[in-house]
Design a binder for this molecule. Structure first.
Ligand code: F6R
Length: 367
């Protein structure tokens, strides 16, 4: 059932190109120029009435929501708040009838996420669920459901469900954009074309897994490390850090690169590994200057960059891993893949139970 792979996690990482294609299938028009989410019950009138979006989820699904915020805000220009479901419930969130609440859940059974959905509906908001399980509690109770067609995810550490959630956010953003006319048609088309190239681009990354195995083996003996990035790179850094913690048990922290000097820089000393995501062209210089700050304190820096920027980046860092070029908003769907492989190989090098990390369950149905 592992189809020749040593672990479900590795199999699921390799299933991502298929998961991307399956999640896009039937949702992009024949002409390849428009997104059609026929399953959504919400009317165009309703979409026009949305004044605020709240994205609520736990763990990895929450991290997908962080990317979702940038996608919706930059494409649709509606303000978006992100909440961890267990916090949302108890902070008296301001939920109005013109708030669209998006819950994200692979299993569709996470207790806090389900409770958040109910809380939102009680307050008159419409709830859209992004979930991987048709017929799950979340899918049954939400007003609208956008299914991620990642297929069953067995490994506790979520990989293909997360990336499929990103695809769902891109599709949703494009759908709302079309209804609201917030982007030029040519920009929508450019994004749809780029979306369709992602599966092949993930395949290109997977072909370089051996390089990441080597890097993972070199970081596995460290007690602590840092992930840094700006914008969506920061969102991906948070997911990379969670993945590493949960299966390798190595302590790590994700930091917004510009925030380091407000405290965390004190922890950077000789040989501390720093994984820096540098995929946002408009922020290259800013992030490179943060990299110089950690390098000056002895950090060993691995950077994830866009293809074409390797040589320039190599001047400032110790190791460079390039991902294929795509649009800035879409880079998370590529940049997270090397981080998934790093965690997998680090866990393997340390002899841990990759698919069933200690203390964790696949589905958290208790609060
Ligand atoms: C981490 C992981 C968890 C889940 C979280 C939410 O790899 O899998 O953080 O993402 O427990 O689960 P779902 O998405 O099923 O609601």
């Amino acid at each position: 059932e592992k189809a020749g792979f040593d672990h479900f996690m590795l199999k699921e990482i390799y299933e991502q190109p298929k998961a991307y294609r399956d999640t896009m299938r039937g949702r992009i028009g024949e002409d390849g120029k428009s997104v059609l989410l026929k399953e959504l019950q919400m009317s165009d009138e309703y979409v026009k009435s949305i004044r605020k979006v709240q994205i609520v989820a736990c763990g990895t699904a929450y991290h997908a929501g962080l990317v979702g915020k940038t996608v919706i805000e930059s494409l649709v220009r509606i303000p978006v708040e992100n909440d961890v479901a267990s916090e949302y419930r108890y902070r008296s969130p301001i939920i109005t009838p013109d708030t669209l609440v998006i819950v994200v859940s692979q299993s569709g059974e996470t207790a806090d996420t389900l409770a958040a959905l109910r809380e939102a509906q009680r307050n008159g908001a419409r709830v859209l669920a992004i979930t991987n399980v048709v017929g799950s509690s979340v899918a049954r109770e939400a007003d609208d459901v956008l299914v991620t067609w990642a297929g069953p995810e067995i490994a506790v550490a979520s990989t293909k469900a997360y990336t499929s959630q990103l695809i769902a956010f891109y599709l949703l953003g494009l759908h709302m954009t079309r209804v609201l006319g917030t982007q030029e048609t040519s920009q929508e088309e450019e994004m749809i074309t780029a979306l369709q190239q992602l599966p092949e681009q993930v395949e290109e990354i997977l072909q370089q897994a051996a390089v990441l195995k080597q890097v993972a083996e070199s970081i596995a003996h460290h007690r602590s490390l840092f992930f840094i990035g700006r914008g969506v790179d920061y969102a991906v850094a948070q997911e990379g850090s969670l993945k590493l913690k949960e299966i390798s048990y190595i302590h790590s922290e994700a930091y917004a690169a510009g925030e380091l000097k407000h405290g965390t820089l004190a922890l950077i000393e000789d040989d501390v590994p720093v994984i820096a995501l540098v995929t946002q062209e408009a922020l290259y210089e800013k992030t490179l200057s943060n990299i110089k700050e950690v390098k000056a304190r002895g950090a060993h820096v691995l950077s994830i960059v866009n293809s074409g920027f390797e040589l320039e980046a190599a001047k400032s860092v110790d190791e460079v891993f390039a991902i294929p070029k795509t649009l800035p908003l879409l880079t998370p769907a590529l940049a997270v893949v090397p981080l998934q492989l790093l965690s997998y190989y680090a866990s393997l090098a340390l002899g841990h139970d990759v698919d069933k990390p200690r203390n964790l369950a696949k589905s958290v149905t208790v609060e």
